[in-house]
Design a protein around this ligand. Structure first.
Ligand SMILES: [Zn+2]
Length: 372
């Protein structure tokens, strides 16, 4: 998404817009044999211009953001700094703020559930350069040696595109809430997610409940990992490596092992707990290939983001943290298949209870997660 901050009174046609990356998301750090997490909302300049501050500070939170449209007047300076540098900026910023309090080594860091956008801030180029929000001079451009003008962007193709929510297979109306990344066709029992080239079919399963009264289906990602640097092939291996307090059964040596993560945004501590519980449980219930009949909760955390959690979940579930944490940078976990699985939960008071796995999620934490 591309947004801009409005100049206070200069007309748009006179304005030059400077791009900033905006990063909103959660950073999980494996350090000091614990998992630290923090919700971050920060911005970083996407152009090598020296005149402007590196970050927009509180402006994105305090001022109204508007969508950039293709017809919009004004000049847009090209993005020249890649997003990767934002990540290292965020990391440096975090180090700076935690340095004095916590000197523990960071063994692994993951950014999960982030949204990335571009925010353009307005400047006026006259005799001097002016901040067009505060109408204050901020300096003069250094004379360009080779007299190159600033690189500007063509923004004709910046239109947001819409796709009709009709099933690409059978033409039926797709169902889903407005924040859902996945839509359901009840006519041909298929699930769809949007991609650059339109809708893409998604592999899914549900664990059905005999009685659908008062049942809510919550989506989880089941991820098949390929782990290098640590000997985990089966569920028995996981129990051994993680030193879980369980007596290993013979059949576990053959049982495939999956990582799990919620497919919806929740606060970081709840995300960690759910991913850990589900991965330790390794649900064995029977899967059905038909969509939930009653209310199903929207998928708000994409598969790509859930994949970022693999190493964090491993770090979170091992009991031998002192032994495993220093190895984290050597361990390589790649995804070898993913499936969306809906689990039935029964609402009792303010808790959603999963009857067979015996755990619950508070109703308010789901509500809170939809605003993350
Ligand atoms: Zn269909």
């Amino acid at each position: 998404m591309r947004y801009y901050l409005s100049p206070s009174d200069a007309p748009l046609k006179d304005i030059t817009f400077v791009p900033y990356w905006r990063f909103k998301g959660t950073v999980f750090s494996c350090k000091g044999y614990k998992i630290d997490h923090r919700i971050i909302d920060t911005s970083f300049i996407a152009s090598p211009l020296q005149l402007l501050p590196r970050s927009l500070g509180l402006r994105p939170q305090a001022l109204k953001l508007k969508f950039v449209s293709p017809e919009m007047e004004g000049q847009f300076i090209k993005r020249q700094i890649p997003f990767k540098s934002v990540i290292s900026f965020v990391e440096k910023q975090m180090h700076a703020t935690t340095k004095s309090a916590n000197k523990n080594t960071i063994y692994h860091q993951a950014f999960i559930g982030e949204t990335l956008s571009i925010i353009y801030t307005p400047i006026l180029i006259r005799d001097k350069v002016y901040d067009a929000i505060l109408n204050r001079p901020i300096g003069t451009f250094p004379k360009n040696e080779d007299n190159n003008p600033l690189p500007f962007d063509q923004h004709q193709n910046w239109q947001t595109t819409f796709i009709p929510t009709l099933c690409p297979y059978c033409g039926w109306d797709l169902e889903g809430e407005k924040d859902s990344l996945v839509l359901l066709c009840r006519n041909c029992n298929s699930l769809w997610r949007s991609s650059k080239s339109g809708f893409q079919k998604l592999d899914f399963a549900i664990i059905s409940n005999n009685d659908d009264d008062n049942v809510f289906y919550l989506p989880f990602w089941r991820m098949k990992p390929q782990i290098e640097g640590l000997q985990i092939q089966s569920y028995a291996d996981l129990v051994r490596v993680a030193n879980l307090p369980k007596a290993i059964k013979k059949e576990w040596e053959e049982r495939k092992f999956f990582f799990w993560a919620p497919a919806f945004k929740v606060k970081p501590n709840l995300f960690l707990r759910l991913a850990r519980q589900m991965t330790i449980f390794q649900p064995q219930e029977q899967f059905v290939k038909s969509p939930p009949r009653s209310i199903f909760y929207p998928v708000t955390l994409p598969a790509s983001e859930a994949t970022e959690s693999l190493k964090v979940t491993l770090a979170n579930l091992v009991n031998a943290k002192r032994k495993i944490f220093p190895l984290l940078s050597e361990i390589d976990i790649t995804l070898n298949g993913i499936l969306l699985v809906y689990f039935p939960f029964i609402l009792k008071g303010s808790e959603f209870i999963q009857p067979s796995l015996q755990f619950s999620i508070n109703k308010n934490s789901l509500y809170f997660g939809r605003n993350l």
